[in-house]
Ligand binder design. Structure first.
Ligand SMILES: Cc1cc2nc3c(=O)[nH]c(=O)nc-3n(C[C@H](O)[C@H](O)[C@H](O)COP(=O)(O)OP(=O)(O)OC[C@H]3O[C@@H](n4cnc5c(N)ncnc54)[C@H](O)[C@@H]3O)c2cc1C
Length: 498
């Protein structure tokens, strides 16, 4: 890999565009630009205002799912229960451009949820890792087992979901993007724009918004811009700068923070010497620059050789914004009656790990069960829909920890700070054993576990107290304390609302 990518800084956008086209291909760069425009708010306003369907309006379907990505899990589950479902996606249904990892117990939810059988699940597995690595610059590596240790063939899963939709009679609206909706007592009129620009409408009882970070309703206060893809040509071996097929690299840093943000790598060996790798940073939406993914790809190409050696080529680019919610403010609710956010648009996953895939596996079946009751009783009011969600209590305290890694932290003055903090935190976590490690990363940790982890981290890195005072506002500190007290009373158990 040459160093030419280092010219891809945010200040030199035209040069970066040409280099990105060379490295990623024109179609991928067009998708990237479109996503940047939609997420950082430069998209033109929607040119549509519809009519609210009155009671008794004839319906085209029960549920319209906007976004045919991972949220197809909802389409299959609802259709299996006899609900008439349609799915619209401007980029084509089940064309996700994602790579996903989880553990086998988490993946079993696909079998118990009726999405696929055991044989089909095994066929999805692209790689398994004997252990997972976390290594922060300046700290000793730590290892764990049973976390993100199974890489699945994401396109195969999406193909399967699409085929199941077809077999269950789901209407697939390839190339149709939702551009607006109007909610009335008789349903939701949804406007769809086709690839040729033609606009048509469709009336449903419920709109499921699975448009990810680009949904106009997605409200998040934390974000990881993430870039990378499936790479070929990297050196195989057991050295830290080589790809070891038996090791999943969960979190690795090879640099200190730049402008307060720590660039973090993850890397998962795949089939035939391929390596899926990402570079991401923790930040807040208001601090995303005008071209966040373009700028991050610049860092990706200029620092890849410090992470892994070899003559890398990008075989399949993958990028996006992974949104999350800190829970230090009220959680964004359904925008109106008859509309429910799912997947990344709902930002219900951990604000610390951002593992949206694992979170979707854990939640799609219970959320669908609640949704089916609501559809059956025709109780699709905003509050009732919001109550379809329940989440792990530990998530209410993890957002504050994520803020400690953003570019408002001590890292603005001390670029080595975030590495030191994370080195101390993961050393403390590894000392608690594999089970505690899994519990924290898979949203099962109880209040005692989190408390012990915080104390052990502070013993290793006492500057953490000052960093907390510098990073969190008084309001955020009070929210954190209140959430922790409630977490302590409630424990780790997820209780689905009745
Ligand atoms: C680069 C990257 C790597 C990741 N790696 C991991 C990982 O290793 N493990 C993990 O657990 N999670 C990972 N995640 C997170 C995980 O991929 C997401 O949580 C998950 O894909 C969310 O799925 P989704 O369907 O909600 O959203 P998305 O995957 O963002 O899909 C949204 C869909 O909506 C469509 N859409 C957009 N606009 C419209 C519109 N107007 N109308 C209709 N449809 C529209 C898009 O075309 C897209 O298909 C990663 C995310 C990224 C970006």
């Amino acid at each position: 890999m040459s160093d030419s990518g280092q010219h891809l800084g945010s200040g030199d956008v035209s040069a970066s565009e040409a280099l990105l086209v060379e490295r990623l291909g024109a179609a991928a760069v067009e998708r990237l630009r479109d996503l940047e425009r939609r997420v950082v708010g430069q998209a033109p306003p929607l040119p549509w205002s519809g009519r609210a369907p009155p009671r008794g309006t004839a319906l085209d379907c029960d549920v319209l799912l906007a976004g045919g990505g991972l949220s197809l899990l909802y389409a299959v589950t609802l259709a299996r229960a006899g609900v008439r479902v349609a799915v619209a996606d401007p980029n084509g249904v089940a064309r996700g451009h994602r790579e996903w990892n989880a553990s086998m117990p988490e993946l079993q939810a696909l079998v118990s949820g009726g999405i696929l059988d055991e044989r089909e699940l095994q066929e999805l597995v692209a790689a398994r890792y004997a252990r997972g690595l976390v290594r922060w610059r300046g700290s000793a590596p730590v290892y764990t087992r049973g976390v993100l240790d199974v890489a699945i063939d994401a396109q195969r899963l999406l193909n399967h979901l699409r085929a199941r939709c077809g077999a269950l009679g789901v209407t697939l609206l390839d190339g149709a993007g939702v551009i607006g909706q109007s909610v009335g007592e008789g349903g939701v009129e949804v406007a769809l724009r086709d690839r040729d620009g033609a606009v048509r409408t469709l009336i449903c009882r419920l709109l499921l918004d699975g448009r990810g970070a680009s949904s106009p309703f997605a409200r998040w206060d934390l974000v990881c811009p993430t870039v990378g893809g499936v790479l070929g040509g990297l050196a195989l071996g057991e050295g830290p700068d080589e790809v070891d097929p038996s090791v999943g690299e969960l979190l690795v840093s090879v640099d200190d923070a730049q402008d307060g943000r720590l660039p973090i790598w993850e890397g998962f060996p795949g089939r035939s010497g391929q390596f899926t790798t990402y570079l991401f940073e923790y930040t807040e939406p208001q601090r995303l620059g005008p071209r966040p993914l373009t700028a991050l790809y610049g860092r990706f190409f200029s620092s890849l050789h410090r992470y892994k050696r070899g003559d890398a080529t990008v075989l399949r680019p993958t990028f996006g914004f992974i949104p999350a919610h800190s829970r230090l403010r009220p959680h964004p609710a359904s925008p109106s009656d008859r509309v429910l956010l799912v997947g990344d648009a709902a930002a219900r996953h951990s604000p610390l790990t951002f593992c949206g895939f694992g979170a979707a596996l854990r939640s799609f079946a219970p959320v669908c069960a609640r949704l089916l009751e609501r559809l059956g009783a025709d109780r699709l009011d905003r509050r009732g829909l919001e109550a379809c969600w329940a989440e792990a209590p530990s998530l209410t305290v993890l957002g504050a920890l994520a803020l400690m890694m953003t570019d408002r932290s001590l890292a603005r003055r001390d670029p080595a700070w975030t590495n030191r903090l994370l080195g101390a935190a993961f050393d403390a976590l590894a000392a608690q054993g594999d089970e505690a490690f899994r519990d924290v990363l898979q949203d099962r940790a109880g209040p005692g576990q989190i408390w012990r982890l915080l104390r052990a981290t502070a013993r290793r890195e006492p500057r953490v107290y000052r960093a907390v005072m510098e990073t969190l506002s008084l309001r955020e500190l009070l929210s954190f304390a209140r959430n922790f007290a409630a977490f302590g009373l409630r424990g780790a158990e997820v209780t689905w609302p009745t």
